[in-house]
Ligand binder design. Structure first.
Ligand SMILES: Cc1cc2nc3c(=O)[nH]c(=O)nc-3n(C[C@H](O)[C@H](O)[C@H](O)COP(=O)(O)OP(=O)(O)OC[C@H]3O[C@@H](n4cnc5c(N)ncnc54)[C@H](O)[C@@H]3O)c2cc1C
Length: 297
């Protein structure tokens, strides 16, 4: 078998439940902690030559891997987290945590990102998902994104963003440049604290030791998925080790016994009941990944 010569850590048969916030999912045949762009390039080349599928994750806060696991290589960017600031531009490797970037903004007096304070995950995941909160979507702050194309690094300046979507689906995001605005540090810090206060309310509903991916469904135009789920009387509904939150109904929690199939069955049940009750078919926000690729349900 071909040897993969890289400095980054590569594991075999790695449980994906250890790398996702829902804490469910089977085993990845290969699991790479990419530490450099070079290792990322070599590993993807290796996977391609071996005929293996590959899938990139950040912190796994918005991904649901199935119980069957992933038959190829899952690559996490979480060890690629260098960040530099130049005037109003923030250059981040894709595995940089949002929280780390927001801390830098506080330190350097840069405004723009405060509404996203408290969202878990990396900047790579955030731009792919066009993460947003309290009226701000990350896409509005992105000036360029470097991706991997045919073994070379290519800079994209025309990324398209829409509600919890971007044209980066299927791309390998390596670096992100954010364009921010100078403000005094105190103001930035106060904005962050105000948002964190609001967030703490929602976060305090998450039971200790449970898994969650945040909002499971996207809000349909003009409606709130959580309200539709509540109206269908689904708060607290349980399948195996997964249940609908008694608070914010668009959250599903998992306990230590949960399997992906519990979460999947609950997602289908909620979607069907909401459709029966309100005639609206919910679409998932959480990204579902099967044996070799993302799947739509
Ligand atoms: C408690 C909680 C609260 C949350 N609140 C919010 C919220 O308020 N608003 C919001 O928008 N989201 C929220 N989320 C969802 C999630 O945190 C965001 O979507 C986050 O930006 C995902 O980042 P990640 O690094 O964890 O991505 P992952 O979950 O690892 O991946 C998500 C998607 O991005 C892709 N991806 C990740 N990194 C890369 C890369 N480098 N290149 C290409 N593709 C990549 C993956 O393939 C996958 O399709 C919440 C989640 C939780 C658990």
């Amino acid at each position: 078998m071909k040897e993969l010569e890289i400095a980054s850590e590569l594991r075999r048969k790695e449980p994906l439940s250890d790398h996702t916030y829902l804490s469910v999912g089977g085993v990845a045949e290969y699991f790479l902690f990419a530490e450099s762009i070079n290792d990322m390039i070599k590993s993807i080349e290796f996977a391609r030559e071996m005929g293996l599928p590959f899938y990139i994750i950040g912190e796994g806060s918005n991904v649901l891997f199935l119980d069957e696991g992933f038959s190829g290589m899952v690559i996490t960017t979480e060890r690629m987290d260098r960040i530099t600031i130049d005037d109003v531009n923030c250059f981040c490797e894709s595995g940089t945590l949002l929280i780390k970037i927001i801390e830098c903004c506080k330190e350097y007096g840069l405004t723009g990102l405060e509404s996203l304070a408290g969202i878990p995950g990396t900047i790579g995941g955030a731009v792919r998902m066009n993460a947003g909160a309290y009226g701000t979507e990350i896409g509005t702050l992105v000036s360029s994104v470097s991706v991997l194309k045919d073994g070379s690094v290519v800079q994209l300046e025309d990324v398209h963003f829409s509600y919890r979507e971007s044209s980066l689906k299927g791309e390998v995001v390596l670096k992100v440049t954010l364009s921010l605005i100078r403000r005094n540090k105190k103001e930035v810090s106060e904005n962050i604290e105000m948002i964190m206060k609001k967030r703490r309310g929602i976060m305090s509903e998450i039971p200790i030791d449970s898994g969650t991916c945040g909002s499971v469904f996207k809000n349909p135009e003009g409606r709130y998925a959580g309200k539709l789920i509540e109206e269908a009387n689904l708060k607290g509904k349980r399948v195996g080790g997964a249940w609908v939150s008694m608070g914010h109904a668009n959250f599903i929690f998992t306990d230590k016994t949960a399997k992906s199939s519990d979460v999947m069955d609950l997602i289908r049940l909620v979607r069907n009941e909401v459709e029966r009750n309100s005639n609206i078919r919910l679409k998932t926000e959480v990204v579902i990944v099967g044996k070799g690729q993302e799947i739509e349900i």
